[in-house]
Design a protein around this ligand. Structure first.
Ligand code: 5AD
Ligand code: SF4
Length: 481
């Protein structure tokens, strides 16, 4: 049954009140507008969503894509598309700069193509200064919305058609979670699943709590239902997404822990791999470690952002753990889950960071020996407590520390990665290799990539690969007998 039938949509009637039904109503309505415009153009209309930022945004883009395809757009590369959408990030200042640059490039395209629309959404749109700037200097943009109302995409598109003007709809926060809307996955065999939205941690450098709002968890039964549906559609690997998955479920009417959620999810038949991110060290429970240790489905990989190795800086960051307690946590994890791969995020140049503080970070990197680490130069985000702190570190000092850190992280990661050489591992084949069409790329449980001879028909299947050679951050392998 089509969703149109399911929701008994009659466009002559007023739109339904209930959120999901209402959006299916607007999807039908938008479809009519797109069809009409496409007839005028004498060709199908095309669209492209460009995603910046994290996996949360990538998942949001799949939802937008689902709606775009439902209302009749076809996909095309950005420079050919009639509808270009930037799903933005704002975690660091340079993410914003890039969006303004890309918008400038689009302006001449829009002048040439009367069917062209530009949409902006995501985290950067939640900043009031950004909206001011867009209204003033980028009035050729058609549609602007934020992180809380992406589910209204079809309704906003209708508004744009009806008003003929720039539509701006930004909500400060929300307690809404709208279920069961369309989405179009990037991969047929794996999928991200939002288990919670927002963040209550307020790390002093971070803008996320301001742009993604307060923490809200989805009900376990909604999550399970979504995963069951995905599995029946061919998905075998899920990535559970949240800013701080370890505090999942605390605010639900019937509270449940993240570890308990994992136990429910791993019972789903046909599901083979479970990943999750991001974990905050302060909330990582023994219960979770025990579940990871015994589970056959939860991947042996944990992303555990440390941010800094200096207890002093961690305090100023409002992280609620010390260098020592972090290292103890890592020790406990490794004792119970011996083959676990650990990755992290590190910020260099937080206000007041001294050479000694930085050495503490290097010390943690050497002690933990991460499989990989994302390293960032501290970026001052207006509105966060750290932006007002004194002793901002000079850029040249930060750059030197950053280079030293990167060198340390990379040389350790190359050594850590190499320990699997010569072993045989189960690999989920994800794609044909970008560089060589006779090779495929797959992922091991610990998240490392393996390239081996193969073809497109293998995508989505699990194979045993013999790891012949470690190339630093990935392996070359061959199919095992
Ligand atoms: N500057 C630099 N890096 C930041 N991150 C978050 N906020 C900032 C900032 N203001 C990093 C953190 C986080 C990752 C997603 O981005 O390391 O874990
Ligand atoms: Fe993701 Fe944060 Fe960037 Fe938003 S600001 S896209 S939540 S990293």
């Amino acid at each position: 049954m089509s969703d149109h039938m399911k929701y008994n949509i009659d466009l002559m009637q007023t739109p339904p009140e209930e959120d999901t039904a209402r959006q299916y109503y607007y999807i039908e309505k938008a479809k009519k507008y797109v069809q009409k415009e496409s007839e005028e153009a004498g060709r199908p209309l095309t669209a492209c969503i460009t995603t910046f930022g994290c996996q949360m945004n990538a998942r949001d883009s799949e939802k937008l894509r689902g709606i775009l395809l439902d209302i009749g757009y076809m996909e095309a590369p950005e420079d050919e598309a009639d509808f270009v959408i930037f799903n933005t990030c704002t975690v660091r200042e340079n993410a914003n700069t890039r969006v303004y640059g890309r918008l400038g490039q689009l302006k001449p395209h829009k002048k040439k193509n009367s069917h062209m629309k530009i949409g902006l959404c995501g985290c950067m749109m939640q900043e009031p200064e950004v909206i001011e700037k867009l209204k003033k200097s980028y009035s050729f943009v058609d549609l602007v919305f934020g992180t809380h109302n992406i589910y209204k995409f079809a309704e906003l598109i209708c508004q744009r058609y009806e008003s003929g003007k720039m539509v701006v709809d930004i909500w400060k926060d929300t307690d809404k979670i709208v279920e069961d809307l369309p989405n179009k996955r990037k991969y047929s065999f794996k999928s991200g699943i939002n288990i919670m939205f927002g963040c209550n941690n307020f790390c002093s450098y971070c803008i996320v709590p301001y742009v993604r709002g307060r923490e809200r968890s989805r009900k376990p039964e909604d999550i399970i239902r979504e995963i069951e549906r995905l599995v029946s559609d061919g998905v075998t690997e899920v990535m559970l997404l949240g800013q701080n998955v370890n505090s999942y479920g605390k605010t639900l009417d019937e509270p449940i822990s993240f570890a308990q959620l994992l136990q429910k999810i791993q019972k789903i038949e046909g599901l083979k791999r479970i990943r999750f991110m991001t974990s905050h060290p302060k909330d990582l429970s023994d219960e979770l470690i025990d579940v990871m240790a015994t589970s056959k489905k939860i991947c042996k990989h944990l992303h555990l952002p440390v941010q800094s190795g200096s207890t002093e800086i961690l305090k100023k960051m409002n992280r609620h753990y010390t260098k020592e307690s972090y290292l103890e946590l890592v020790e406990k994890l490794r004792a119970k889950v011996p083959d676990i791969s650990l990755t992290t995020d590190i910020i260099v140049g937080f206000p007041g960071e001294t050479e000694e503080d930085f050495e503490e970070t290097l010390d943690v990197v050497r002690k933990v020996r991460y499989d990989s680490a994302f390293t960032f130069i501290y970026s001052k985000r207006t509105g966060t407590p750290a932006a007002k702190m004194e002793n901002q570190v000079p850029a040249d000092v930060v750059k030197k520390r950053f280079d030293r850190l990167l060198h340390e992280v990379q040389s350790i990661a190359a050594e850590v990665c190499a320990v699997h050489e010569g072993t045989t591992q189960e690999v989920l084949i994800e794609s044909v290799s970008d560089h060589d069409s006779t090779m495929v790329t797959g992922r091991m449980s610990n998240n490392l990539l393996v390239h081996l001879k193969g073809e497109a028909s293998m995508i989505g299947s699990y194979v045993n690969a013999h790891l012949t050679e470690c190339k630093g951050f990935y392996y070359l392998g061959e199919l095992a007998e």
